[in-house]
Design a protein around this ligand. Sequence first.
Ligand code: FAD
Length: 378
Amino acid sequence: MIPRTLFTEEHDMLRDAARRFMEAEAAPHNEHWEEQGYVDREVWLKAGAAGFLCASMPEQYGGAGGDKLYSVILMEEQARVGCSALGFGLHSEIVAPYILHYGSEYLKSTYLPKMATGEMIGAIAMTEPGAGSDLQGVKTSAVRDGDHYILNGSKTFITNGWHADLVIVVAKTDPNAGSKGISLFVVDTSMAGFTKGQRLKKAGMKGQDTSELFFDNVRVPAQNLLGEEGMGFKYLMTELPWERLQIAVTAVAAVEAGLAWTVEYSKERKAFKRAIGEFQTVAHALAEIKAELDIGRVYVDRCLELMMAGKLDAATASTAKMWTTEMQFRSLDRCVQLHGGYGYMWEYPITRAWADARVQRVYGGTNEIMKELISRSL
Ligand SMILES: Cc1cc2nc3c(=O)[nH]c(=O)nc-3n(C[C@H](O)[C@H](O)[C@H](O)COP(=O)(O)OP(=O)(O)OC[C@H]3O[C@@H](n4cnc5c(N)ncnc54)[C@H](O)[C@@H]3O)c2cc1C
């Protein structure tokens, strides 16, 4: 593989620690978490104590003051052990940055330190039963009433939704103002009128809690408005490229893991008196997967450099998300094929990785929406 140039010695040390953490604290529990449909809360506290949550948040808010590559390393090591159950990336690198970038001092000091320890788990709720791709079509409303906003509506498919202690909620503050009528709120799940629905049963990512959320006249203090009223859509458009790049990071890392398992399997599995990897069609399939993996990695690493320099644009991030997730599903599907019948057995990590991969083309904006964003730049 083309040597990666992103990481310093400090990053490498962090990677060793993250690898040990994932091997000791995630991999052995994965099956149990999948069966129960959520991770034990304890692992959040352990990750917090180890400094793995909100690592890129400033130290004054409980973070490690690291760069975003700290989280990238954690995402890659999580993919390496084939554990999709931990919603750390969303918590640390999607929810926390909204609070850091747009939140008042009150919001930052109230929520970020507890998110960094794992005492509070974060989620972000954009999607509704009737609106996903078309974010401007959300119906959840927030009506100003003195020092509060009254929140009504519902959300669905919310990652970390069942565990969540705080949720960034996308709501309409002015139904007649189009994109300028959307605002973001930091909603404490302990607020009266907030309820969580069932954990949704999914085709993959079975250990990660994904829930519906309901708001019935929730009185949200006005100080929990994130940034300015009516600016929510702009904030979302600013933050979404990084969210999409994170999906690309995990896509490439998942293929790297899947390829390693498949190479190993193709050396061990015998058919017609030889290892299946000795058949040229098998060896070539592995070579093609490797080629796409390497090319995807270089593109994603370059996007990471741009992101760190504050120069990652929406179309470039969308390209990374679209191409790598299509490549991920295509590659892992081939890896399943190379495992034969065992590739369809849940006990095999390749099977789980393949099932987990499917949704990567859907969430974070579907790949059709990514094409919209790319085509607009042409
Ligand atoms: C496991 C999981 C976790 C998720 N986590 C979260 C979360 O934490 N927070 C959150 O807010 N959401 C979350 N989502 C929701 C996810 O982001 C949405 O499902 C996704 O954006 C698609 O929206 P939708 O389901 O409403 O599909 P729709 O928007 O109804 O789309 C249906 C189909 O129509 C296509 N389509 C729509 N518009 C266009 C267009 N203009 N041009 C071409 N094709 C189009 C879509 O590409 C898709 O193929 C999650 C979803 C899943 C499955």
